[in-house]
Design a protein around this ligand. Structure first.
Ligand code: 13P
Ligand code: SF4
Length: 311
């Protein structure tokens, strides 16, 4: 029995004994996805967390995802295998700075991406994910001025497709801003039949040439349902794991980043802080546990619930 099989069987035992579930994002390492009860995009994971009957949720993702799970289902014990698993978007939007930014636009309502802390959600009127952002924005009267934070690439894309003029916070995702247009074009010339799929956190030049722009699940569905056989995938490389099992005959090429041609550069260092061993230890020891101050949690829940109703 190798180390992964050892930890996987221990995790399965602990899940049964403790009435626990493991929820994993697509960007988690393969072995974690394989031991998870559900693998999904951030909206699907939030829905699963809100609905579960389990007593313990091991959230194999990053901090803001586990925190959102706790806000949605506060009576559950929510564990995050590595509490330092952050996100460049969430970590780059601090409440003090965001309050000052918001104060400059007193007539604007605030739409924030789910990749933010509870404190930022509590300062927001609406929360969205990449899978429902367009729908949420279209549900807001057109004459209502808006702030969008923290991802300026997603915000610019939403402005373009909805015709809005939202004021954008200057945040980026360190993984999705790193794709190289030049190298991507070279790859397209090598594989002219390839369809390009991209996450909307990518920069505009990449999005302009993409055939599909969507959340991790939306990209996965596009690849599964498309009649094409070759795809260039501009997102974190972990998404290829489920697809390689579901459509093994399709050729999936990670989009090259500026730094290097290997797919290692499109790994999210935060997501990859979780390991199978840490999943085992956190479930065994029931720590690190995510806690959210109850009045902050209630305030942050208001825009999250609006999103859930609209999704
Ligand atoms: P999804 O909502 O598409 O899963 O995206 C989460 C994320 O962090 C993308 O970088
Ligand atoms: Fe955050 Fe980017 Fe990592 Fe997603 S891929 S968790 S947006 S740093």
């Amino acid at each position: 029995m190798n180390t992964n099989s050892f930890y996987s069987s221990k995790i399965e035992e602990l899940k049964k004994n403790k009435n626990a579930i493991v929820l994993a994002h697509y960007y988690q390492e393969d072995a974690i996805q394989d031991v998870a009860d559900f693998v999904g995009d951030s909206l699907e994971l939030a829905k699963k967390a809100a609905q579960t009957d389990a007593d313990i949720i091991v959230f194999a993702g990053v901090y803001f995802m586990a925190e959102t799970a706790k806000i949605l289902n506060p009576s559950k014990k929510v564990l995050l295998p590595d509490p330092l698993a952050g996100c460049s978007l969430a970590d780059g939007c601090l409440p003090k700075d965001f309050a000052a930014f918001k104060a400059k636009y007193p007539n604007h309502k605030v739409v924030t991406y789910i990749n933010t802390s509870a404190a930022i959600k509590a300062m927001s009127d609406y929360v969205c994910t990449s899978s429902n952002a367009e729908k949420i924005i279209r549900s807001i009267p057109e004459d209502q001025p808006l702030i969008f934070a923290p991802d300026k690439n997603l915000g610019a894309y939403l402005n373009k497709i909805t015709g809005r003029n939202m004021v954008l916070w200057e945040g980026t995702c360190i993984v999705h801003e790193a794709f190289s247009l030049e190298k991507l074009i070279e790859l397209c010339l090598e594989y002219p039949e390839a369809k390009i799929v991209a996450h909307p956190e990518s920069e505009d030049p990449i999005l302009r040439i993409a055939h599909c722009i969507g959340s991790t699940s939306q990209m996965r569905n596009y690849i599964k349902n498309s009649s094409a056989d070759t795809f260039i995938v501009a997102t974190e490389v972990g998404i290829l794991h489920q697809l390689s099992k579901e459509v093994p005959h399709k050729k999936l090429l990670p989009a090259p980043s500026r730094e290097d041609n290997s797919c290692a550069c499109s790994e999210c260092a935060f997501m990859k802080m979780n390991t199978l061993e840490k999943v085992f230890h956190c479930l065994h020891n029931e720590t690190p546990e995510i806690k959210v101050d109850s009045s902050l949690s209630k305030q942050a829940l208001i825009p999250i619930e609006k999103m859930m109703q609209l999704s």
